[in-house]
Design a protein around this ligand. Structure first.
Ligand SMILES: [Zn+2]
Length: 136
């Protein structure tokens, strides 16, 4: 599946393989102006030029990374606390062991994802002109 349709015209919107960063609906694209700049629009008229779309997609990616890190961290902490309390609250030794293993696993996953986010390098839109041939 493509992200951009093969034939982008000035006079009509073509469906893309990209979702709207605001509502997650389908985006369509057309070209506009003398330089055939890309303009994206969803069903409810969220509209982006290419730089805006790239920035919004990067922001959505960052938000999703942090939501996942938060979910993993919360689960790891909850399981660790259940391990601490488990034996005094009727948990079996097998359950406590399973909580301990899973807490360790999701803790490692949260850290791995933090490392990925720390190394994430979005496109620097201050140094490029998306959609143009003049790449700085
Ligand atoms: Zn939208």
């Amino acid at each position: 599946m493509y992200a951009l349709p093969p034939g982008i015209a000035a006079d009509r919107l073509e469906v893309t393989g990209i979702s709207c960063p605001d509502c997650r609906g389908v985006l369509a694209v057309k070209s506009e102006g003398r330089d055939d700049s890309l303009v994206f629009e969803c069903r409810v008229q969220h509209t982006y030029d290419l730089a805006e779309l790239l920035a919004a997609k990067e922001e959505r990616l960052e938000d999703n990374f942090w939501a996942t890190i938060t979910a993993l961290s919360e689960l790891s902490r909850l399981l660790a606390e259940l391990v601490e309390r488990g034996r005094d609250h009727g948990e079996t030794a097998e359950a406590v062991q399973a909580y301990r293993q899973r807490a360790h696993q999701v803790g490692e996953q949260a850290q791995a994802l933090r490392d990925i986010v720390g190394g994430n390098r979005p496109v620097d839109l201050t140094r490029t002109q998306p959609g143009s041939s003049a790449i700085g």
